[in-house]
Design a binder for this molecule. Structure first.
Ligand code: AMP
Ligand code: MG
Length: 542
């Protein structure tokens, strides 16, 4: 089976290095199997019955050099549903393994992701284009290789929202309905339903995962492991120098740093990935594989959106920094045969802890509008705040954003403020009106916070205007609340894509006030969404 070729107005250039330089599976048949001694298999995307473009990201198209006319052409929907190719595209799926929920799962691979090729743009960047949901590959392990509209809307909107929040992430170029139906059992309870099928085209410099290295390492194929690592160094990390054990350590150090940065950003904005398996970790430190992720509404470090993880809560919000370290240790294990010593690998793990801690301190200081982090006072200040937030079920996004409006400059001698006066600026952030104790805990915290702000003022001469500006570029006003995504999905299922477009535009400027959007989008989650499927509970079914 082959795909037809179509043309865009622009002439994108492809340079498919992964395929050209790394071993490819000699078997051409598309049947589920174990693929040894190769990192990719050539595949043909499945034909979509009636492709329809739902949305695309203008900025991503720009980086790829696609014009507006390209994006709105019939050919665009054909290419990004998997029905047609551009000259130079060579579809393939890649082999990786991974630890799922702490257990080695063996070969996983791109079961429903198909790379179309590496686009080489006018400024010399390589962007890999990857379809998610365009049919089976040798790595599909008996599943259908497809994706439904709801999960595709979630991936499309969230990856772009994360980018605009300043969180490292894969991007999304397009969201296309295939016109075909896909059968899913959303809660694994025997209730199967037909849902609209969709394909997202994801874009990243590369989609190389921790699991890509784990698979050849587990098979003791050290030659393939080394080839893949040398290739990754050459293509994604040219600044690290010639391959060799020292460079491999420097690479792991770099992966540890970018992973620490990424997770610190998640903690800053209240994002819970939901499935931090090692196959869902990018070596570029990009957030990847948007599945049952969620956004913290009421602040709760134990919260996980993933119903599959409800028991063990391995991937709960507060555990993410620790899980990333565990995942890095698995990557370090995989590299061990190429390095032959344990100490430098352990040193990288220590380095991760250190970098994460620094990132977290920097971000917490900025979230509170402090000029710098002072361990002696600020560690306790933050711990007390987190307790208070939890005690009174406080919306994380609204709280931090409103905290910028807290005015520390009253005269304590003439103006004694009571608790309710103190908490007034953040009063709109509580899901339940705080009881007497919780109100006092929050007011006490605000008094301490005031003291701390006054210290900065005295010691560093900061004014309140710059504090607010710092806070408002650290604490987003608009995030993709779980129920907002679900509302866009419900409407899209009825053929109305306007809410997807609206959220796309709202979330392009998450730190801007956008006062006209406030009433609808800077608001507490409505009560009906508290326990509704898709709004607070998500399964891996997608
Ligand atoms: P995830 O938990 O979504 O990261 O997926 C774990 C593995 O299952 C990966 O190898 C995916 O490619 C594969 N997978 C998930 N859903 C499907 C599907 N519908 N068809 C084929 N493979 C899938
Ligand atoms: Mg995955």
């Amino acid at each position: 089976m082959t795909s037809e070729f179509v043309r865009f107005q622009s002439s994108p250039q492809f340079d498919n290095r992964w395929l050209r330089e790394l071993p490819t599976d000699p078997v051409a048949e598309n049947i589920p199997r174990s693929v040894a001694a190769a990192v990719s298999s050539i595949v043909t995307p499945r034909r979509a019955g009636n492709p329809q473009l739902v949305a695309y990201a203008r900025e991503v198209a720009d980086s790829l050099g696609f014009s507006e006319a390209d994006c709105e052409s019939e050919a665009f929907a054909q290419v990004f549903s998997g029905n047609a190719l551009l000259e130079g595209m060579q579809p393939y799926a890649t082999a990786y393994g991974g630890h799922q929920f702490g257990h080695w799962a063996g070969q996983l691979g791109d079961g429903r992701a198909i790379n179309l090729g590496e686009l080489h743009n006018a400024v010399g960047e390589h962007w890999t284009l990857q379809l998610k949901g365009a049919g089976t590959t040798p790595y599909s392990r008996g599943a259908d290789g497809l994706a439904v509209l709801r999960s595709s809307v979630r991936e499309f909107l969230c990856s772009e929202a994360m980018y605009h929040l300043g969180v490292p992430t894969t991007r999304a170029l397009s969201l296309v309905l295939t016109g075909d139906r896909v059968e899913r059992d959303m809660f694994y309870d025997g209730n199967r339903q037909w849902e609209p099928g969709a394909v997202v085209c994801r874009v990243a410099p590369s989609f190389t995962r921790f699991g890509h290295f784990q698979l050849p390492a587990a098979r003791q194929d050290h030659e393939l492991l080394k080839r893949l690592l040398d290739f990754t160094l050459e293509t994604d990390f040219p600044e690290l120098g010639e391959p060799g054990p020292d460079t491999y350590i420097r690479w792991l150090r770099q992966v540890a740093e970018s992973t620490a940065e990424m997770v610190a950003h998640w903690m800053r904005v209240g994002f819970v990935h939901g499935v931090m398996n090692t196959d869902n970790m990018s070596v570029l430190g990009l957030t990847i594989d948007y599945g049952p992720y969620g956004w913290l509404e009421g602040y709760d470090p134990d919260w996980t959106p993933n119903t599959t993880d409800a028991e063990g809560r391995r991937y709960r919000f507060g555990a993410q920094p620790q899980v990333a370290l565990w995942n890095l240790a698995q990557l370090a294990n995989a590299l061990h045969p190429l390095i032959g010593a344990v100490e430098p690998l352990q040193a990288v793990m220590e380095h991760y802890r250190h970098v994460y801690q620094r990132c977290w301190e920097r971000d917490m200081a900025s979230k509170l509008g402090l000029l710098d982090w002072r361990d002696e006072t600020d560690a306790a200040l933050v711990a007390t705040l987190q307790q208070a937030l939890r005690q009174s079920e406080t919306d994380m996004t609204i709280f931090y954003r409103r905290l910028a409006d807290f005015d520390p400059l009253w005269d304590q001698d003439t103006d004694e403020r009571d608790s309710s006066q103190l908490i007034a600026p953040v009063a709109g952030a509580f899901y339940q009106s705080p009881g007497f104790e919780a109100e006092h805990a929050m007011a006490d915290w605000l008094r301490r916070y005031r003291e701390r702000l006054l210290q900065d003022r005295v010691l560093n001469g900061t004014d309140d205007v710059s504090r607010r500006a710092l806070m408002n570029r650290t604490n987003p006003k608009y995030v993709l609340r779980n129920y907002l995504a679900q509302q866009a999905i419900d409407r899209a299922t009825e053929g109305d894509f306007s809410e997807i477009h609206h959220l796309q535009s709202l979330l392009r400027r998450p730190y801007d006030e956008q006062p006209e959007e406030e009433a609808r989008y800077f608001a507490l989650r409505p009560e009906w969404a508290r326990h509704k499927a898709g709004c607070s509970m998500l399964s891996c079914s997608s």
